[in-house]
Write a protein that binds this ligand. Structure first.
Ligand SMILES: Nc1ncnc2c1ncn2[C@@H]1O[C@H](COP(=O)(O)OP(=O)(O)OP(=O)(O)O)[C@@H](O)[C@H]1O
Ligand SMILES: [Mg+2]
Length: 369
């Protein structure tokens, strides 16, 4: 069976790495030939808006999936009209994950607590939103944001000008700034037959809007129960097929949904070494119509992102028990180039070894375990 993947970044690359042992083949589509998945599978090069090219991709695979969620849904619909290719995850999930306003509305409809927000289409609407939601707040583009891009924090009224200057013009959303205690993400998978599996809760540390560190399982019975029920509600509502992640803030012991990702997620990379079945393999099992694998943890994992500058493989691997994933990308400030993971027998040992790894990589992270 051939899996077509729109987007050939590191997520696509890790999907292929997980899929070959299952006997799956891959065909990617991306804008450039110099992409992380290109070394692993054939690649069609062209624009994501190229309907003819998307159709060529769809014709050559049984299932079409994504490593990037910002593909035009109408174009994709038109490109696949009349073909028998399955699209997984479903397009409704893709459309929702592309638009912060649609995400908020979904969370509200499913009674999942989320940040207070207002849609902003003009400078006057931004003034009104700051008035109504209050300061500080975060102005975000509704679409195309990632790694904290397309966001501006508004702390005082005088910041409104600069925020509008930076982001005005695109449809926006203003939301309260959440003075969170911590951030966690819920990751789960749903199969075609409706069976589901959820990974244990992951705790995440961001800096400058980019994920730096994830540890799992994050043991909190109360938060885990909330996360399970929210994730289940979203998976069922979409009749979802594949892996999906929801990012949450935690304030006063309660989860507040930030955003969802209708795909494998950076905060789930620890599952490659840290769970019986990785998020990548489970995504493929789901979309290929295979039975899901166990999401049980194999210990206590920590995953550190390698951003902007790639340490040498020898340096990372000199750390006992550390696994390296190099995405083969050109270094650039703020760019995710790889990650490394360790799995320990206890949470205490994991935290100690994660601290040592961060020190070794000369990374300092406020509040790290
Ligand atoms: N309303 C908020 N209050 C406090 N912190 C926030 C808020 N929104 C975003 N942040 C911080 O910025 C990070 C990135 O924000 P968000 O997840 O909305 O952006 P993104 O660019 O879509 O990121 P991703 O790479 O996860 O797709 C959050 O994980 C959090 O640390
Ligand atoms: Mg995020």
């Amino acid at each position: 069976m051939t899996i077509g993947v729109v987007g050939a970044g590191q997520l696509g690359r890790m999907l292929a790495l997980a899929g070959y042992p299952l006997g799956l083949d891959f065909l990617f589509l991306d804008r450039s030939a110099d992409v992380p998945a290109a070394a692993l599978a054939p690649l069609l090069v062209g624009e994501f808006t190229d309907r003819a090219l998307l159709r060529r991709l769809a014709r050559r695979c049984e299932v079409l999936s994504f490593d990037w969620e910002n593909i035009s849904v109408p174009t994709l619909r038109a490109a696949t009209r009349g073909l028998r290719t399955r699209i997984s995850p479903p397009l409704r999930a893709l459309a929702t994950g592309q638009d912060r306003l649609a995400e908020k509305r979904l969370f509200e409809r499913l009674r999942i607590p989320t940040t207070r927000y207002a849609a902003v289409a003009s400078r006057a609407a931004l003034e009104r939103a700051c008035e109504r939601i209050g300061l500080p707040g975060v102005l975000k583009t509704r679409r195309l944001g990632y790694d904290g891009k397309g966001q501006a924090v508004i702390r005082k009224r005088a910041d409104i000008d600069a925020a509008w200057e930076a982001l005005g013009g695109a449809p926006l959303l203003y939301e309260e700034f959440v003075d969170f205690e911590l951030e966690v993400s819920a990751l789960g998978v749903r199969a075609r037959d409706g069976s589901e599996a959820q990974y244990p809760l992951t705790r995440n540390w961001h800096a400058g809007g980019i994920l730096r560190l994830s540890v799992a399982p994050w043991k909190s019975a109360a938060l885990s129960a909330q996360a399970r029920s929210h994730l289940r509600a979203v998976l069922r509502d979409f009749r979802y097929v594949g892996t999906l992640a929801i990012e949450f803030f935690v304030r006063d012991g309660r989860l507040i949904a930030n955003e969802l990702a209708p795909r494998v997620h950076n905060s789930g990379h620890w599952t490659i070494e840290g769970a019986v079945t990785s998020q990548f393999e489970n995504h493929l099992r789901a979309i290929a119509g295979l039975p899901l694998g166990s999401t049980a943890p194999l210990g206590h994992a920590a995953m550190v992102n390698l951003i902007g500058r790639m340490p040498s493989a020898a340096s990372v691997l000199s750390q006992p028990g550390v696994h390296l994933h190099d995405y083969g990308k050109q270094p650039r400030p703020g760019r995710k180039l790889g990650h490394c993971t360790l799995v320990a027998a206890t949470a205490k040992e994991r935290n100690q070894r994660a601290r040592a790894l961060l020190r070794h990589l000369a990374l300092s992270l406020a509040g790290a375990p």
